[in-house]
Ligand binder design. Structure first.
Ligand code: SAM
Ligand code: SF4
Length: 318
């Protein structure tokens, strides 16, 4: 459906857990997070009810996220049920890849073949520096597994962290030489308890173009895509730049979010939330709430004037 600014809102980012098996420095605070109580998290039945209401309001594209979505038990059952009960044109998942080699086949069989895998470095020691726990090897094996199984498209999400991984920009772009992958550089956003880290390590995506002048823009890119797309002639894959700070894309934003604890967010970078879980549990008309708040989605975010979001990214889903 259309919002007050005439944007067609048809994309839901659905967070299925606030828990994670990594502790990325820009996403989770060092001291860890206050985990939601089990009954604060939406059950599969509640998620299915809410998804069907979002679909009635015009959602036809869903991305599963977290926390780390693959730590949610029986996730393939949820994927399968969402697919069975709704007509979803575009169904995808974003994962850190740690558990992927164990679950990729089940996810594919349940009906998701579009995947984004987050990978900020290809160096094992730096992986530990950024993610604080976990092993790079597991992520690389996960990527190899989805390539073998035929997931498509496969996108690699790389958050650009000044002084930490910007020396690997060329290496990441080189991944696209022989592989049919899209490497997407994401600008750090000042979100949650780690906003100080995100501000001091911020590097604009324009730096990618400076370091790699061979990248040429791909014309005809989907206008609602958050990524500007580039390629190097002769390379199999492509490069995307997601630049919420340096190149705001709010005018083309088509998405809303549902957090694992049942809050609807119509803007990633706003503190406004609508408590759909309580409404659902009190039998209030949730359909009306969803439609009203899609219509009222804010026109743009206010990062440039020092605004920030208090929720950690792991509790929103990115
Ligand atoms: N755990 C999964 C993962 O890492 O792919 C899914 C959730 S994670 C919150 C989704 C995406 O948000 C990841 O690609 C992550 O790198 C990105 N992200 C997290 N915090 C961020 C921040 N402060 N600025 C920009 N991107 C961020
Ligand atoms: Fe976990 Fe993803 Fe956040 Fe890293 S970015 S801490 S993997 S939720």
């Amino acid at each position: 459906m259309k919002d007050q600014f005439g944007r067609n809102i048809h994309y839901l980012r659905l967070s299925v857990t606030d828990r994670c098996n990594l502790r990325c420095r820009y996403c989770m605070p060092k001291e860890g997070i206050q985990k939601e109580r089990h009954d604060e998290i939406l059950s599969f039945e509640e998620i299915l009810q809410l998804v069907s209401l979002f679909v009635k309001a015009g959602i036809d594209k869903i991305r599963l996220t977290g926390g780390e979505p693959l730590v949610r038990k029986k996730l393939p059952n949820l994927i399968e049920a969402i697919n069975r009960e709704n007509s979803i044109r575009d169904f995808s998942i974003t994962t850190n890849g740690i558990l992927l080699k164990h679950h990729a086949k089940e996810i594919l069989d349940a009906g998701i073949s579009r995947i984004n895998i987050s990978l900020d470095t290809m160096k094992a020691s730096k992986f530990r520096e950024i993610a604080q726990i976990g092993d790079l090897k597991d992520v690389l094996e996960g990527i190899a597994t989805v390539q073998t199984l035929g997931f498509k498209p496969i996108k690699i999400n790389t958050v650009l962290i000044k002084g930490v991984n910007d020396d690997e920009i060329e290496d990441f772009i080189n991944l696209t030489r022989h592989e049919d992958l899209e490497v997407r550089f994401i600008e750090l956003m000042p979100v949650g308890g780690n906003r100080g880290y995100s501000r001091t390590h911020f590097m604009p995506n324009t730096e990618v173009l400076k370091r790699c002048p061979d990248l040429i823009p791909i014309s005809g890119t989907d206008k609602s895509s958050t990524a500007s797309k580039y390629l190097i002639p002769g390379y199999r894959g492509r490069v995307g730049l997601i630049s919420p700070n340096s190149h705001k894309f709010c005018g083309a934003c088509n998405r809303v979010r549902l957090t694992a604890d049942g809050k609807m967010k119509t803007c990633l970078l706003s503190n406004e939330e609508v408590d759909l879980k309580s409404a659902l549990r009190r039998n209030v008309s949730v359909e009306e709430l969803i439609r009203k708040n899609i219509f009222l989605k804010p026109g743009d975010h206010h990062l440039e004037t020092g605004g920030f979001v208090t929720r950690n990214m792991s509790a929103i889903g990115g």
